[in-house]
Design a binder for this molecule. Sequence first.
Ligand SMILES: Nc1ncnc2c1ncn2[C@@H]1O[C@H](COP(=O)(O)OP(=O)(O)OP(=O)(O)O)[C@@H](O)[C@H]1O
Ligand code: SF4
Ligand SMILES: [Mg+2]
Length: 426
Amino acid sequence: MSEEEIILEVEGLTSSYRGTFGVVTAVEDFTLKIYKGDVVAIAGESGSGKSTFAEIITGTPKPMLHHDAGRVSVEGYDIYTGKGPAGPGSYAQTPRGLVRMTEILVIFYLLYLVTFNRPLFFIFTGIGLIGFLVRYWYVKRENEKNEGKEDLSVRIDPEILRNEVKTKIMSYVPQASLDSLNPVLKLIDFIENVVEERTGGTFDGVIPGVTATAGNLSRNERKQGLIKFAGDHFERVGLDREVLFKYPHELSGGMKQRAVIAISTMWNPKLLIVDEPTSALDVSSQKKIVKMLYEMKQAGIIETILFVSHDVSTLSQICNKMLIMYSGQIQEYGDMEDIVKEPLHPYSKLLMDSIVSFDPSGKNKKRLESIDGAPPNLKDPPKGCRFYDRCPEAMDHCKTQEPPVYNLIEKDRLVKCWLYEEEAKL
Ligand SMILES: Nc1ncnc2c1ncn2[C@@H]1O[C@H](COP(=O)(O)OP(=O)(O)OP(=O)(O)O)[C@@H](O)[C@H]1O
Ligand code: SF4
Ligand SMILES: [Mg+2]
């Protein structure tokens, strides 16, 4: 596939929780490309790092979670280094030294203004002015140079970039997102708050078809525009527009989850990340969520989905790719059907075996059963393969040497296991 079709690229991504409990490295050395249009199942036992991976790629992790190393690029925007294609929000950064110099000169200028020491006053005013002109010229030149260019060296303020990416390119529905709705606000008022927060209160550009500069409208006009826009979207994704005027406690668990997904997709994200949207719901609500996501994908409302779940039969209904995680690391990645039919990694094999009667139609629902043994402690993981203690195919050197992630080109599969060392050379 061509490079343009990549929506998400992670390279050497490592992140950890840091606190009084120590350091827990929950995502380690992830390298992966996700292509546009893919619906990727992320599976693995509890504690394998699925949610951490989902959170760290959004660029806005919770305070204890740290981005330690590696690159996360979403639609060409490198969200941790601030590099990306030239576009809205991008600007040439003035070298720090130059900024400091002009700031120091302004302080001197003010000091001499107070003391009325004329010769020094003129000297410092002159130097300060020259500093400002150089700074202005530099920024102008850099911006002109980069205008309209797909220049990956253009730096974007990481904060602006994360907001840009998070509002316009990707949307994240975290685990237990049902609690993210405000219990004292009707859904439409909650949406209004979200919009106000994201646009700094201006509403600019968020109600397509109404106005590009909603800031010129009265509060009531803006609200009416938002009600129409949100109502149309809710109907488009199969929800009644009346749901907008309900409080969260007036909705069932399934309806609340669908409303959260509807809100998260109001601005047609290219990439939707949903973490366990069906857990704790009854079978009929689970089906409705899967159907909703499937239809949104078919209708082009969302382009690419990362779907975290333990439930392989649910995943198999809409996913075409599968990522299997264990102990914070990628174990296998490839075509969903191929992995289900012919898992390569010993851990994947056990996972698939544990689903007694896997049924791709999704009629016979089975969840990933636990397999014998327990994953290692992520505070102090073993040196070799992390699956060694539980692996029925373990070899001696697996205990001390960590396997690399092999790319089996013919099978279009990534697999982290010494068993594939020879095959990877072919
Ligand atoms: N806030 C936190 N502080 C410290 N460690 C954490 C924190 N959140 C998660 N962890 C640890 O990070 C590891 C990965 O957790 P994560 O929640 O990403 O797993 P998961 O695969 O999503 O699990 P589940 O299927 O139960 O949701 C686990 O070992 C977990 O104990
Ligand atoms: S590297 Fe060795 S211990 Fe690890 S999964 Fe492969 S065979 Fe098993
Ligand atoms: Mg989780």
